[in-house]
Design a binder for this molecule. Structure first.
Ligand SMILES: Cc1ncc(COP(=O)(O)O)c(C=O)c1O
Length: 447
């Protein structure tokens, strides 16, 4: 047996304290180092909009565990629903039908546009991305999968094979899943070559038509997989019309449109789904993250037309649709509806944008401000228009020192992403934005 801890150390549970540094040292010894962290916070509790570390310090959480705790931490209604479920049953898997899973499926279908009314549950985002690719191949009898450069879809072999936001995520894991074709995403602010304000050829589908002409015939393509707004890739909002163009191209060629709404879905952008902003109806939607308020869940949502072609038993999961998680899903969707958090997401977005626009006007940056609803990206470039990763790192550090957790993203990690809880109060929002403003102004001056 590998003994890394003394008996007295083992007896020190989180409830009994210990300094942050002691816990970091224990973590270094026992947790795989591949598990990277955005901050060195050592958290032992959380409530509402705050994380609380082992030494009792409170941090405003505008990261939401990467777009997960949209109702804040331990929302009372979700907590109560989970407690009630713990007293009924925890697990049956595919041994029985489960009333909670059936109800959760009905609720999830209800937030998706028609005809998407059938749900498959799994435990994470990557799992449902994998499952959606399997569904696409099985139901079309075709193999090709088209995905977009800069996209992030997860870490399993299938999801990693369609992930191109950073080479690190793929490096030395090959060979990856074959039949994947990567095409450019309309990242007009920095990557596209057209002049600012000019129509974007990529958003108009020019590159896809080239791909069909030169690389893979359209009738060999099962699905186009897309994030309606790229998440890890930099909160990149494509030009309006891009998703409708994808829909048209898919319809022309009998290709399925899979929209990965794992980061954008469940009210975050001021609609249930980000595709609702363009009224585009995908063939398959993947959801996860905020759907369970922090309990692990993923969902593939599609139509009977497709799902009925997925032969019973040809995909599955031991834990998917777990009743305790299902209770959290049902409660989460109820709270969003009852407390009108979709409207709140839109209002938060407007308030945040107004504040940041004033920083821009005063010359502090960011160079670009984008997003939808309460999913907001601030991209920083330096004086020579190069990605300013260093400044973004400094902003995160200063904010953290002052008690605010914010994350970065982007292919060059030069984008601050803001994901406040949709339940954040106006005063908490102001407190967080004051801290962020100070960090932006100070780091701007230091340049
Ligand atoms: C758009 C998108 N898809 C898929 C995933 C993978 O989800 P998970 O980490 O739950 O596997 C993520 C995670 O960040 C994501 O943002």
């Amino acid at each position: 047996m590998a003994t890394t801890l003394s008996q007295s150390e083992l007896r020190t549970s989180a409830a009994e304290g210990g300094t942050a540094e002691q816990w970091r040292e224990r973590d270094r010894r026992s947790v795989a180092s591949v598990w990277s962290r955005y901050t060195d916070l050592v958290v032992s509790s959380a409530e509402g909009s705050y994380l609380i570390d082992v030494e009792g310090r409170r941090y405003l959480d505008f990261a939401c565990g990467i777009a997960v705790t949209s109702l804040g931490h331990r929302h009372p209604d979700v907590t109560a629903a989970v407690h009630r479920q713990l007293d009924r049953y925890w697990h049956t898997s595919i041994v029985t039908q489960s009333v909670v899973m059936t109800e959760a499926a009905e609720r999830v279908a209800a937030i998706c546009p028609e005809p998407l009314d059938v749900v498959f549950f799994a435990n994470s985002g990557a799992e449902v991305v994998d499952g959606s690719l399997k569904l696409a191949r099985r139901s079309t009898g075709r193999q090709g999968i088209i995905c977009f450069r800069g996209g992030f879809h997860g870490r399993t072999f299938g999801a990693m094979s369609v992930t191109t936001s950073k080479a690190l995520y793929r490096s030395q894991y090959g060979p990856l899943v074959p039949g994947v074709y990567v095409t450019p995403y309309p990242y007009c602010y920095r990557v596209c070559e057209h002049a600012p304000g000019e129509p974007c050829p990529i958003a108009a589908g020019v590159e896809l038509e080239r791909l069909f002409h030169q690389v893979v015939p359209a009738d060999e393509v099962a699905a186009i997989l897309v994030e309606p707004i790229q998440g890890e890739g930099g909160y990149v909002v494509p030009p309006t019309g891009f998703l409708s163009t994808l829909r048209r191209i898919c319809d022309e060629h009998g290709i399925l449109l899979i929209c990965d709404e794992i980061q954008t879905g469940v009210a975050r952008t001021g609609r249930w789904l980000a595709v609702d902003h363009e009224q585009v109806v995908p063939d398959i939607v993947t959801l996860a993250k905020a759907l369970g308020s922090g309990l692990p869940v993923g969902a593939i949502v599609s139509s009977h037309r497709l799902m009925d072609r997925w032969e019973s038993g040809s995909h599955g999961s031991t834990f998917g649709g777990n009743p305790v998680v299902g209770a959290a899903v049902i409660a989460t969707l109820e709270v969003i509806e009852r407390d009108q958090l979709i409207d709140r997401a839109a209002a938060l977005g407007e308030a945040i944008r107004a504040r940041i626009t004033a920083w821009q006007t005063a010359g502090h940056g960011p160079s670009d401000l984008r997003g939808r609803g309460a999913l907001i990206g601030m991209e920083f470039l330096d004086d020579q228009d190069r990605p300013d990763t260093h400044r973004v790192t400094q902003i995160k550090h200063r904010a953290l020192e002052a008690g605010l957790v914010v994350l970065s993203c982007g292919i060059d990690d030069n984008v601050i992403r803001l994901l406040p809880p949709l339940t954040v109060s106006d005063s908490e929002l102001a407190e967080g934005l004051d801290i962020l403003e100070a960090a932006v102004v100070e780091t701007g001056r230091a340049r």
